[in-house]
Design a protein around this ligand. Sequence first.
Ligand SMILES: C[S@@+](CC[C@H](N)C(=O)[O-])C[C@H]1O[C@@H](n2cnc3c(N)ncnc32)[C@H](O)[C@@H]1O
Length: 352
Amino acid sequence: MFEPKESPGERDKLAPFYSSDRPDGHIDINSGRGADNGRPPDKVDGEGGESQTRSSQHGDPFHWSLTQGTTVGRALVSAAQRLGEPSSETARLDAQVLLAHVLNQNRSWLFAHHEYELSDGDCHRYADLITRRRRREPVAYLLGRKEFYGLEFVVDQRVLIPRPETELLVDLVLAQISDRGDRPVVVADVGTGSGAIAITVAVHAPEAKVYGTDISQDALDVAEENRKRLTPEAGPQFLEGDLLSPLPEPADVIVANLPYIADEEYSGLQSDVRDYEPRVALKAGVEGLDLIERLLEQLPSKVQPRGAVLLEISPRQGEIVQKMAQDLRPKPSYVGLRRDYSGQVRMVTLEF
Ligand SMILES: C[S@@+](CC[C@H](N)C(=O)[O-])C[C@H]1O[C@@H](n2cnc3c(N)ncnc32)[C@H](O)[C@@H]1O
């Protein structure tokens, strides 16, 4: 019911936006998880302390509940069944991560305490999270956090959940910074969202001067919260506005993971993404190139001579963005494509 309309090949190309946000950062584009496990939501399994009124409460087919005193072991089995096929590793992992979160423990604690009985409050909190997960709400939003480059970012529906593929952009920015070094390097993260790229760069290169821009003040509020937690002394300066326009000075390194989903692709996204992540973080016009094209147009006045620009793209956009970059005036001295760690063309690099 929530399967994307594209062929599996198309799904691979858009992997970051089809992936379920596995809490361990693993991408699981082929898990085939639908909204449910195929059984009617109100069918009773007859095990595991599930309430006799476990479904269809107030007509909600995803509603699920547990009775006080259910053990950890039984709760995990029941929740995993409700989230997917009993053999689905992803469903089991989601069930474990969410219960560990409710109990404020780690996953290994769960395995050592299978007979621990859940309190009424635990049952309510867990059932609420499982119900929301059954509606395909991403695990990162349920937890309110996502790990990126070894740092924990606060996330909610105001921001895109940072994807592991984007960590490559950070690697490239840090390499650019260490290749320079004569004076403080100015870095601009355009479309900063949760601040994942800008803050990670600031943590690993505290001598750099980092800006993050975004058109969404809601996103910038989340980014600022992350800045206070992760770089309390300084960190990036966040600026509201269109692409590079709010930048007060030209940058040596411009990095951007801008929206690149074409209008037609948008309706085919998994509901985890389409129904929960901000539209402004995903959609980018008929070809998915509107934002990237405008960013390239803004470059001449916003990039330093010898500056570098690192853009995340959809693999199907590699050639066209490369061509757009080669046609720029002043002409970049180098334009190249980079693959991500799964072998997909994922980045365009420009050097002036
Ligand atoms: C794909 S998300 C990337 C977020 C973050 N950089 C990351 O990698 O996780 C794109 C971001 O671009 C922002 N955005 C969209 N249009 C923009 C514009 N015209 N100017 C600046 N930011 C924009 C969105 O609000 C969103 O936060």
